[in-house]
Ligand binder design. Structure first.
Ligand SMILES: [Ca+2]
Ligand SMILES: [Ca+2]
Ligand SMILES: [Ca+2]
Length: 943
């Protein structure tokens, strides 16, 4: 027996039956038939699963697939063939979280050079290469070829050289869970797929348009006083009388937290805080920033944070004025989205004050020499949407195969009291691989060369390794943490991520940069190394902050020591030279905006895009919808205490649906996952995203459908879409294409493009199933890679797009920049379309096609929407890894609704998801990870 001579093009995979069968037509006339073919165990190549064999028919020149297949240990059956030819059988390929977009092998002297490129890698640890020899596969590489990044949506290129023979090759990707998927066969000397163009985002140009400088660190009093005084302003203007603010449902951002209602007050200024510590705000600072509080009764000044009163220490006369100031203890935030907390200074009823304690340090008491300090090294260098933790940002990915590898992490320790005193090290890692063997991981931790921990663990979950350090190991100044993966577990490889590490040690009471914060239970303390005798000290315990007024300062060389009383109970003390007190940034409070207007069509926009929305607003009003446009900053102000957090948007949308008649929500503004600029690219989040976990490989998926889900069941409660725009030029394109699409004269034209059969999923059949939902009167153009060469399919697809179509549907494998592994369509082709004035709506049933939060690259969603007057008016698809069956189920419900006369895209999708969730509430890849980038009120088929 022999495999079919054309097996290279059969897409039957590397596990097949080495035999083929030829049927020739006799006299029987039939409209269709099934084939059952017999084989013997000696025919099996690559250990195929004989329960999952499929059979393909050679046409000739292309291969076609049965309507269905079944198999036994000696037979394979294909159902629904209509013509006669050769048949060949195997297991076929498997869907994969790695999008292999290019593969090429060339002979290079004595060795072979393998080049390949991936469009996406999700939970991938590496690759194996195989050469076929006498019908068997021989592994080319000795060790797994490591992935460059375990998670990536960027194109990654690989090269491997080996002195091997052969002319037919395979490549296998290996997941963090040990699953392998083989791609091929690939013929020597032939290039498969293509190298994707990389389209970097020009953030400098976008920043210039919005004139948003990256937020700077807070100033200190010292720096503020170095700024020359402005000429004195007129001090006579009065503060307006407090107005009763509009009552809005302000919900706590943190569930379970008790909110104390604050008596109604008139906001004066918001104080932005990016460091936890002591702050002082003087009359003069406020005046110079344009907030003149001269003559305001000091007793009426109050400070709030997230709706709760914050006590302040107030210095000055009964009227606020020159020389007056207030101090407070403030905490910065540390969320995925921001470090900036907002404190609101208001004029209102009497508010809490910080009291002073005049307790003097007891005579004859000796202050302690040290306190317990925790130094945390949390480098947020890289992003993994695969993380099993709450934080996708980590320090370093570590991976080894059977050999020992080390990673060094130098850090600085200051004020180490006595190296003989106890100290503790805590290392937080999470598993990067999870194989059937246990344990998966072996980690040896060294500090300054000495082994301090040797630990094994299994699987992906976070591990906190906490060890007491031997005496005299930690040193003042430079230290090195070394992590070693010995590579000696029974698992084939060991992958691990370092999130952060911290050291707890006894530290002297030595101020740094004029400040010291410590927690201790002494009765007296002396803090050294202060630059001045002019020092502020607060004690913080369960009863709140107390200002200490009895401080004893002593010069010591060029610095000062300050001694003050403790309580003998554990408390936190904040010590700061007055010149080192933090100063917040000042921000004008927002006047209460009208968020309660009825709005069937609600637009939540970044402020810079509101003006450009006018033509769209007029169009929606003309069709009888009530429309309201809301500045997203007003949503933060009224639903999130001014804090940058998308949960405020979610809460407002839920309120609007229940109270304002809202049926459609349009978000206007693009996004980046690098909210805190860890990558230094100055990317801008115009409207931030909520994130969801949609499957085992993806934990941080941008999921706009969550904004539409008010009751937490993962099912949207209204129609939602987003214009992911970053410039006004992009907004103008979105608006004009949306309006042009509404007036199109090419209604009822549809293009259905599909990937070739991958051995498991018959994309052509799925696509034909979608197309069957179109009512009579539609013209459809079918472009299936099962029937056409890639080049012919590309030409046909691009020509159909350029003519203009109401609907373009793609079904198949894909990455964020391309459709199909064979590059049927990509960002470069999208940018080269010529359908000016004839935009289409594109529906993508694949993976990652609407991923819009990458901080470095423009993907297909941006290329289709923003490449000029061409491409798409709206893009639908997944921002995650999806299962083709989930997409098939949603598509069967969505397509008929989409083409109903008068139905909007947003309503069609919303209703399809509601129906899908009734039978499949767990399909989060499509319920949450599949969304609309476009106007939810856009209609495909006019009434
Ligand atoms: Ca981290
Ligand atoms: Ca394991
Ligand atoms: Ca819901």
């Amino acid at each position: 027996a022999a495999r079919h001579p054309e097996f290279m093009t059969a897409n039957i995979g590397d596990k097949y039956v080495k035999r083929y069968w030829t049927l020739t037509p006799g006299s029987l006339v039939t409209s269709g038939y099934d084939i059952t073919a017999t084989f013997v165990s000696g025919d099996l190549v690559g250990v195929p699963d004989t329960n999952a064999l499929i059979v393909q028919k050679y046409n000739p020149s292309t291969w076609s697939n049965p309507a269905s297949s079944s198999s036994t240990s000696t037979t394979v059956t294909g159902v629904g063939f209509t013509s006669f030819s050769d048949f060949f059988s195997g297991n076929g390929g498997t869907p994969t979280p790695v999008t292999l977009s290019y593969f090429n092998t060339q002979r290079n002297g004595d060795s072979l050079q393998f080049d390949w490129s991936t469009a996406t890698e999700t939970g991938n640890v590496g690759f194996n290469l195989y050469a076929e020899k006498d019908g068997e596969l021989v592994q080319v590489n000795d060790e797994l070829i490591p992935s460059q990044v375990i998670d990536s949506l960027d194109r990654l290129d690989y090269r491997y050289q080996a002195g091997v023979g052969g002319s037919i090759f395979y490549i296998e990707d290996v997941s963090v869970l040990g699953e392998t998927r083989r791609h091929g066969p690939f013929q020597l000397g032939e290039a498969y797929g293509g190298l994707l163009d990389v389209n970097p985002i020009d953030w400098a140009a976008i920043q210039a348009e919005h004139s948003l400088a990256p937020a700077s660190a807070p100033l200190t009093l010292d720096q503020v006083q170095a700024i020359p005084d402005e000429p004195l302003q007129d001090d006579s203007s009065d503060i307006a009388e407090p107005k009763t603010p509009e009552i809005l449902p302000i919900l706590p951002l943190h569930e379970g937290r008790k909110e104390k209602p604050v008596p109604s007050a008139s906001p004066i200024v918001n104080l932005q805080v990016r460091q936890t510590g002591l702050y002082r705000v003087t009359y003069e600072m406020l005046r110079d920033a344009g907030y003149n509080l001269s003559g305001v009764p000091a007793s009426k000044l109050q400070l709030t944070n997230r709706g709760q009163a914050v006590p302040i220490y107030l210095k000055g006369s009964s009227k606020f004025g020159p020389g007056a100031y207030f101090e407070f203890y403030a905490q910065a935030l540390d969320t995925l989205y921001t470090d900036t907390n907002i404190y609101s200074l208001q004029v209102g009823p009497p508010a809490p004050r910080i009291t002073s304690s005049s307790a003097a340090p007891g005579k004859g008491l000796t202050p302690p020499v040290s306190y317990s300090e925790t130094l945390t090294v949390n480098n947020q260098r890289l992003y993994a949407n695969f993380t099993p933790t709450e934080d996708p940002w980590y320090d370093t990915a570590m991976l080894t195969y059977k050999t020992s590898k080390n990673w060094d992490f130098p850090f600085q320790v200051s004020g180490l009291a006595d190296p003989g005193l106890p100290s503790n090290l805590e290392v937080v890692v999470w598993g990067g691989t999870s194989l059937p063997q246990s344990p998966d991981h072996h980690l040896v931790v060294r500090l300054n060369g000495a082994v301090v921990a040797d630990q094994t663990f299994d699987g992906l979950p976070e591990q906190v390794i906490s060890v007491a350090l031997p005496a005299n190991l930690l040193v003042n100044g430079g230290n090195t943490l070394q992590l070693t993966l010995p590579g000696d577990t029974t698992a084939a490889y060991d992958g691990m991520y370092l999130d952060k590490f911290s050291l707890t040690y006894q530290r002297t009471f030595q101020a740094q940069d004029g400040r010291l914060t410590f927690t201790d239970s002494g009765k007296v303390f002396t803090v050294t190394n202060l630059p001045t005798r002019n020092v502020t000290v607060y004690r913080l315990d369960k009863k709140g902050p107390v200002r200490l007024s009895r401080l004893q300062a002593q010069a010591s060389d060029s610095t000062f020591n300050v001694t003050f009383a403790g309580t003998g109970q554990s408390a936190t003390y904040l010590v700061s030279a007055v010149e080192s007190l933090y100063v917040p940034a000042f921000q004008a409070p927002r006047p209460t905006a009208a968020l309660n207007r009825p709005a069937q069509y609600l637009i939540i926009s970044h402020p810079d895009f509101i003006a450009g929305l006018q033509p769209l607003i007029r169009a929606r009003q003309a069709q009888g919808l009530t429309v309201n446009v809301v500045d997203v900053n007003d949503v933060y102000a009224q639903y999130g205490y001014g804090i940058f957090d998308p949960r405020a948007i979610q809460q407002y949308i839920s309120f609007a649906r229940k109270n304002l008649g809202t049926q459609y929500v349009l978000l206007v503004g693009g996004d980046t996952y690098d909210y805190r600029n860890y990558l230094g690219r100055n990317s801008i989040s115009f409207i931030p995203s909520l994130y969801a976990s949609t499957g085992p490989y993806v934990k941080f998926v941008p999921a706009d459908p969550l904004f539409a889900d008010g009751n937490g069941d993962n099912v949207p409660d209204l129609a939602i879409g987003r214009f992911p725009v970053r410039t006004n030029a992009e907004l103008d394109l979105m608006v004009s294409k949306t309006l042009a699409y509404a007036g199109k004269n090419y209604t009822r034209t549809a293009v259905f493009a599909s990937d070739k059969f991958d051995g498991i999923v018959n994309f052509k059949n799925i696509n034909l199933g979608f197309a069957a939902n179109l009512p009579a009167g539609w013209t459809t153009e079918n472009i299936h890679l099962d029937d056409l060469t890639v080049t012919a399919a590309q030409e046909q697809l691009i020509a159909a797009m350029n003519r203009g179509a109401a609907l373009v549907t793609f079904t198949g494998h894909s990455g964020p920049s391309s459709w199909t592994f064979s590059n049927l369509f990509n960002t470069t082709m999208a940018a080269s379309l010529t359908n000016a004035g004839r935009p289409f709506v594109v529906v993508q049933w694949g993976c990652w096609n609407t991923y819009y939060v990458n901080p470095t690259q423009n993907f297909l969603v941006q290329s289709l929407l923003f490449s000029g007057d061409k491409g798409a008016a709206a893009v639908l698809g997944a921002s995650t890894l999806t299962d083709s069956e989930s997409e098939n189920l949603l598509g069967q419900l969505f397509t008929p609704r989409l083409v109903m006369p008068g139905a909007s895209i947003g309503q069609a999708l919303f209703q399809a998801k509601v129906e899908l969730a009734q039978s499949h509430p767990d399909l989060l890849d499509v319920l949450l990870g599949w969304s609309l980038m476009g106007d939810p009120a856009l209609v495909v088929e006019p009434q």
